[in-house]
Ligand binder design. Structure first.
Ligand SMILES: Cc1cc2nc3c(=O)[nH]c(=O)nc-3n(C[C@H](O)[C@H](O)[C@H](O)COP(=O)(O)O)c2cc1C
Length: 144
């Protein structure tokens, strides 16, 4: 098994019902493909744009396959892989795709993440220096 974590910019701000549709389709597919993970959406008012942060985990071939679809999906762009690698044990075993629509208040308490969506965030993301991304995602999971 392997996992991949990425951040991206939403093509435009998404309403709750559009996110719900994306999520229910993703959950059904992931269930069939033995993929688990977590998706976070945040609308950044300062920059007037939405960002995604997602971790996917599952069998190597299934991850390659879903990654091909996600990375060519026009609903987002500027996709930056933060982290990827082999995983012996799932981190989100009970989530076909957990979801959080967070706001700045939620993130304020997460060290290093209050700036999600800012230029500083993107600089750090493209430099591959976001070691706490999985920690943040896991905190959503464990706090659920
Ligand atoms: C931010 C984002 C996250 C997504 N996450 C998933 C996912 O976890 N699983 C999945 O199958 N598709 C996901 N998708 C959708 C895929 O890009 C693609 O539209 C879908 O898998 C195609 O499914 P279909 O072949 O059944 O139409 C995501 C799309 C976006 C924009």
């Amino acid at each position: 098994m392997k996992y991949i974590t990425y951040v991206s910019q939403a093509e435009r701000p998404y309403a709750q019902d559009e996110l719900a549709r994306l999520l229910s389709h993703s959950r059904a597919r992931n269930d069939a493909d033995d993929i688990t993970g977590c998706l976070v959406y945040r609308y950044n008012e300062d920059f007037e744009r939405g960002n995604f942060l997602q971790v996917l985990e599952g069998p190597d071939a299934a991850i390659d396959d879903v990654w091909r679809r996600i990375s060519s999906d026009s609903r987002h762009h500027t996709i930056v892989v933060i982290d990827e690698g082999p995983v012996a044990e799932r981190m989100f075993s009970d989530w076909s795709m957990g979801f959080r629509n967070v706001d700045a208040g939620d993130l304020a308490s997460a060290a290093g993440y209050a700036d999600l969506g800012s230029d500083a965030f993107w600089d750090r993301a493209s430099g591959g220096t976001l070691p706490t991304a999985l920690t943040l995602l896991k905190s959503f999971h464990d706090g659920d």
